[in-house]
Design a protein around this ligand. Structure first.
Ligand SMILES: [Zn+2]
Length: 322
C-alpha cells in the first residue's frame, strides 16, 4: 500500500537530539518507510518548543536557544543533511512533477513545511527565501502567540494580525500551501477572508467527537471541503478521545465523522509522528500504520476510501497545488 502523510516532527528531533533519519528509535525512519509501496511525507521545520523540564532541556540542543533569526537556517541545515544522507531511497520534492518522478523511481517523496511561522526570520524577503529553500506548506501558528496570530490553545476569538494576513496572502501568491492546524477559530475565518483558494489543516481531528481546542468544528471542516482542501487525521490520543488511552477504532471514528460530512476527498493523514508521544494502541510509529488500513477494510470500508485517505487525496491535492 501507499502512504502520504501531511505532518511529522522527525527533523526537529534530529535537529535537537542529533538522531539521524536513516536509523533511529523515532516514529519515522527508513525501515518504517520502506514498508510502503510508495511513501510521501511533509517534513516540518518546527519553530521550537520549550522543553517541559530542566532535565529534558539539558538532554537537547534546544532550537529556542539559537538566536531567532538563525533558527530556520538551523532547521534547514538538518533537513539538507538528512535528505542528502538518504538520497538513495528518498527524494527532496518541491513540485507535483518531483512527486510524480519520485513515485516512478520508487523513491520516498520528502516535502518541507514550516510549523509556526515565527520560525521565519523577521525580514521582508523571508518568505521568498523559504520558498527558494523548498518550503511548500506553512502552518501559520504553533501553540505560542506570534507576530502572525493566535493559536487555538490560547484564545479562539483572537485571530490573525495584519502581518498574519499578509503572510497568508504571500503564501497563496507564491504557491506555498496554507495550513490552519493550531490556528484559532477566528484565525481560521481570517484565512478564509484573506484567500480564495483551498488550504489544509494538516494534523487536526473532529471537535464534534473530542472537544479539544486543537480540533476542527464541523463548520470548519465543511469550509475546507467546499474549497477542495485537505484535513490530515492526527493520531495524538488527546485529540482522539478525552481519556488517556486510545485505539485504532477511535481514529476510525474521526475518519468516519469526516466522511459523513462529504469528506471522501478531503480526509487524509497527518499523524503527527515524532511530535506526539501518546498514540493508539497497536501503532508505535509509521511502520504500523498499515494496521489502520487493515482494520478499516475489515470493517467494510471500500478499498478506494482507504486509498483516498492513505494516499490518493493528498497526491491529487499536491498535483493541483504544487
Ligand atoms: Zn503540531
Amino acid at each position: 500500500m501507499k502512504l502520504f502523510d501531511l505532518h511529522c516532527d522527525t527533523l526537529y528531533e534530529c535537529c535537537e537530539t542529533g538522531r539521524r533519519l536513516r536509523e533511529n528509535d523515532l516514529h519515522v525512519n527508513r525501515a518504517a518507510a520502506r514498508k510502503y509501496r510508495h511513501y510521501a511525507q511533509f517534513f516540518a521545520l518546527f519553530c521550537g518548543a520549550r522543553a517541559p523540564s530542566e532535565t529534558l532541556a539539558r538532554e537537547r540542543d534546544c532550537l529556542l536557544d539559537t538566536p531567532a533569526d538563525r533558527r530556520l537556517e538551523r532547521m534547514l541545515e538538518t533537513a539538507r543533511r538528512e535528505f542528502a544522507d538518504n538520497a538513495d531511497w528518498l527524494s527532496f520534492c518541491r513540485s507535483a512533477d518531483d512527486l510524480a518522478e519520485a513515485a516512478r523511481d520508487g523513491k520516498a517523496a520528502a516535502f518541507l513545511s514550516i510549523e509556526g511561522a515565527e520560525l521565519l526570520p523577521d525580514r521582508p524577503d523571508a518568505l521568498d527565501n523559504a520558498y527558494e529553500a523548498g518550503v511548500r506548506l506553512l502552518t501559520v501558528t504553533w501553540n505560542y502567540r506570534s507576530r502572525f496570530g493566535c493559536p487555538a490553545t490560547l484564545d479562539q476569538e483572537e485571530g490573525l494580525t495584519n502581518a498574519g494576513r499578509e503572510l497568508v496572502r504571500g503564501c497563496a501568491d507564491r504557491g506555498i500551501i496554507v495550513d490552519v492546524s493550531h490556528l484559532s477559530e477566528q484565525g481560521f475565518w481570517d484565512v478564509c477572508e484573506t484567500i480564495d483558494g483551498p488550504f489544509v489543516a494538516s494534523h487536526s481531528d473532529s471537535r464534534a467527537l473530542c472537544r479539544h481546542p486543537r480540533n476542527l468544528t464541523d463548520r470548519q471542516f465543511a469550509e475546507i471541503t467546499r474549497r477542495g482542501g485537505l484535513v490530515g487525521i492526527n493520531l495524538y490520543t488527546p485529540f482522539l478521545v478525552r481519556q488517556s488511552d486510545s485505539t485504532i477504532e477511535d481514529a476510525i471514528d474521526h475518519i468516519e465523522h469526516f466522511l459523513g460530512l462529504y469528506g471522501e476527498r478531503t480526509v487524509a493523514l497527518g499523524c503527527d509522528f515524532d511530535g506526539c508521544d501518546e498514540l493508539p494502541a497497536g501503532i508505535d510509529g509509521l511502520g504500523d500504520l498499515y494496521r489502520l488500513a487493515d482494520r478499516m477494510l475489515a470493517l467494510g470500508y471500500r478499498q478506494s476510501t482507504v486509498d483516498g485517505l492513505f494516499y490518493d487525496n493528498a497526491f491529487a491535492f499536491v498535483q493541483k497545488m504544487l
